[in-house]
Each structure stands twice: as structure tokens, then as C-alpha cells.
Design a protein around this ligand. Sequence first.
Ligand code: T46
Length: 162
Amino acid sequence: MPSRSGDAPSLGAELGVDGVLLKQILPNCALHEHRVSGDDRGSLISLQTTAEIPFEIKRVYVVYDTKPLVERGHHAHKSLEQWIVCVAGSCMFTVDDGIERREVLLDNPNKGLHIGNGIWREMRHFAPGTALVVLASTLYDLEDYIRDYDDFLAYARGEMVR
Ligand code: T46
């Protein structure tokens, strides 16, 4: 269930010890700044469970070869938490917990968007060459998806959905 309906939030104060909170976007969604290790050879960002990522990473996927005029997402997850890094290009995320809807621009690998459970997300305005690396807290599970917005609103209110 979404965290605001009574369960403990899946993110927040318990965020990894090295995490720097840039902005709390929704109670269960936040933008963080990564520590960048740079030298004259270039830059490196390391993300580890418990150090930066406040969940065990069970899956990693990459979204790339994105098209400027398409939209992705348009779903929520019942349980899944994700940490999203835009490693090239930029795109706009819309996140929505059923009460508030916010937009977040991901345009630099030094930002990490932590989306907790029970958040509707949409992605659009992909710049050419955009690539997202997504760290996920669970294995791929089609049953975890809520794809209908009205079902999502019902879920956010604590009602049962299919
Ligand atoms: C999310 C946003 C940010 C797999 O086979 N394994 C996987 O782990 C995933 C995530 C997807 N797929 C397949 C399922 C579809 O045939 O890859 C295809 C595209 O997936 P989808 O339409 O779900 O992609 P997005 O970009 O709309 O959403 C994805 C994630 O599914 C979602 O959890 O939060 O990225």
C-alpha cells in the first residue's frame, strides 16, 4: 500500500548515509545529489546499497535510444522502489502520489531520483541520446504494476485494485 496510508515510508530519514537530499518532491519521492569522484581523467559516480541506495538492488535496467516525442511510464508500482539516474541527455519525470503531482527534470548523472512505492510516473521530453540507468528493489514483476490511473487513485485511497 502507499506509505501515507499508514505504513512506514519507504524512504526519508533512513536514506543512505552518504545521500545528499536536494529536494523532497513528494512524501515518498525525492531528488538526491550524488557524490562525484572526478579527476583529470573524468568523473565517476558509485551507488551502493546502504551507502547511497536505501534498498537492496535486485535489478538494473537501462532505458536508451529514447525518442523525443514519445512518452513512457504511465503506471505506478505497488511495492517497487527505484533510483533513477539520467546518465546522458535529459528527460522530464512527472510523479504523482494521488494527492499531488510534481515535475522533475533529470539532466545530469549527479542527480538520483528515488521513487518509492505507490507513485504514478510519466516520462517525456527525452533529449536526443538520453539514457536512464534504473536501480530497482525487486525483480521484474508484472503483477506489481498499476497501469490504469483511476485504479491508481483508488489504490492511493487505500482501496483494493486488481
Ligand atoms: C519505470 C520506468 C522508469 C523487461 O523485460 N524487464 C524489465 O525489468 C523492465 C523494466 C521492462 N521489461 C520490458 C517490458 C516491455 O516490453 O521492457 C519493455 C518496456 O518496458 P516498459 O514499457 O515498462 O518501460 P517504461 O519506460 O514505460 O517503464 C519502465 C519500467 O517498467 C517502470 O518500472 O518506473 O521505466
